[in-house]
Design a protein around this ligand. Structure first.
Ligand code: AMP
Ligand code: GLY
Length: 424
């Protein structure tokens, strides 16, 4: 079949890498893609939220499956757009319906869903401009640190964790009254702070059946020891060493099963990935957030560990026969180290020539923010390249990635040298 992947990052390069190796894939397109995806697929210049433009392309190229990378098209309803169109409804769209995507599109909706199905999560209340004063009073009754979350999509930046009560009250006011995060913060969820270690669990579902994919841990902060500003993710490790059988059983019974049950009870069509962000507090897992897509850079470690044919799995998802599929996972650990532009996640320069890719051995180079310019590969984003390696454990895999990172260069390149520091 002909397949179209939507997105432009390392996640989409990892999808393209897995899909291109499938015997079920004829022609593969990535829109808009990057300099890495263009080596294994055909890049097409489409905007991921321009559904009319995507429709024309899908019909023209006989696309039978669309794999949606980022959340925006999902939250804007690309699944429903296809299902409601007589010319498109046979095309398999991998991703949830608009109602399903609200689990990521609204933090309040996600919390209500978790409450409804008894899924463990932090206690919370949500506030609007009208209830600002009640919000400030609510903060007074909580213990520091205070967790404030913009209800809507804010590109991963909408969560503030603040130690000081007055500052938290001021920020709440900025969010609600001055649209600190635009429309996304017209509503704010305030929640109890959970103290523990984070991990992510990925689930592939057809809305009825599910498969739990490899776990991963992502390093979000720019600085060593998890310090400094939040980024899209500076690296990832899979599997998560502390996600043992006991913890995974709790996660499956208390979180994954009730989540799928909730989708079914509410008749929500969901044929795609659920990325569950978790915190382990003591020995107990709590949900911090749902994402309705794969993570980036988590995909760069999760997909390479899947031995089964990904297209076959996705076809089963679209036919709602995922129970008939088998999921085979590599025992080896995988890690990815993200190389970023100097200055990121604040202002940075683009267009820096990247050298050394041809010298990398025994690792996979996933392009995140790259472009081709005059025959050269240059940086075109904050996160530039993810170097993924396998090993018998994450330490061995990390060693390989770091050895290969030493062979890569671009002006002001930066990366974290301490991935896994919190796992030893
Ligand atoms: P989110 O965008 O919901 O993933 O939140 C961003 C980050 O904020 C998470 O990865 C956690 O590190 C942190 N966080 C979110 N909610 C909580 C909470 N209730 N307690 C502690 N940390 C949190
Ligand atoms: N790495 C976090 C995310 O994709 O949301």
């Amino acid at each position: 079949m002909n397949i179209l992947i939507l997105g432009a990052g390392g996640r989409e390069h990892a999808f393209a890498y897995k899909i291109a190796e499938s015997k079920n894939c004829d022609q593969l397109f990535v829109a808009p893609g990057n300099a890495g995806t263009s080596q294994i697929a055909k890049n097409v210049n489409l905007k991921v939220t321009n559904f009319a433009q995507i429709k024309d392309f899908v019909l023209k190229e006989n696309i039978e499956m669309v794999v949606v990378g980022p959340e925006d098209p999902l939250v804007e309803g690309i699944y429903d757009f296809f299902m409601d169109d007589s010319e498109l409804k046979e095309v398999a769209v991998i991703g949830p319906s608009k109602r399903g995507a609200l689990l990521e599109g609204s933090k309040e909706r996600a919390k209500e869903f978790m409450m409804m199905y008894n899924i463990p999560t932090a206690a919370y209340e949500s506030f609007t401009p009208k209830s600002l004063e009640a919000g400030k009073a609510f903060l007074t009754n909580l213990k520091s640190p205070y967790v404030l979350k913009a209800d809507g999509l804010a590109g991963g930046k909408g969560v503030l964790i603040i130690d000081d009560l007055e500052e938290a009250q001021q920020e709440l006011e900025h969010m609600l009254m001055n649209s600190k995060f635009g429309k996304a913060s017209n509503k704010v969820v305030i929640e109890e702070f959970l103290d523990g270690i984070e991990l992510s669990v990925f689930v592939l579902t057809d809305g009825k059946n599910y498969k739990i994919l490899p776990t991963a841990k992502d390093y979000k902060r720019i600085g060593e020891g998890n310090s400094g500003l939040n980024t899209g993710g500076m690296g990832a490790i899979s599997p998560v060493p502390f996600a043992d059988e006991t913890l995974m059983k709790k996660i499956e019974d208390r979180i994954v099963k009730p989540t799928i049950k909730g989708l079914q009870e509410e008749d929500i069509e969901y044929k795609g990935f659920i990325f569950i962000g978790l915190i382990k507090v003591g020995e107990e897992p709590y949900v911090i957030e749902y994402n309705v897509r794969m993570g980036d850079p988590e995909t760069e470690v999760v997909l390479p560990r899947i031995e089964s044919d990904l297209v076959e799995l996705l076809q089963k998802v679209s036919e709602q026969k995922l129970d008939e599929a088998t999921l085979k996972i590599k025992e080896d650990s995988a890690v990815t180290v993200m190389l970023v532009s100097g200055g990121y996640p604040e202002a940075y320069e683009k267009g820096k020539e990247i050298s050394g890719i041809e010298n990398v051995q025994d690792s996979i180079v996933f392009h995140a923010g790259t472009a081709e310019s005059e025959g050269k590969i240059v940086s075109s984003g904050g996160r530039v390249i993810a170097v993924t390696s396998f090993g018998k454990d994450y330490q061995e895999a990390l060693k390989k990635s770091y050895q290969n990172v030493d062979k890569l260069h671009f002006d002001k390149m930066y990366y974290r040298k301490d991935l896994g520091f919190d796992l030893a």
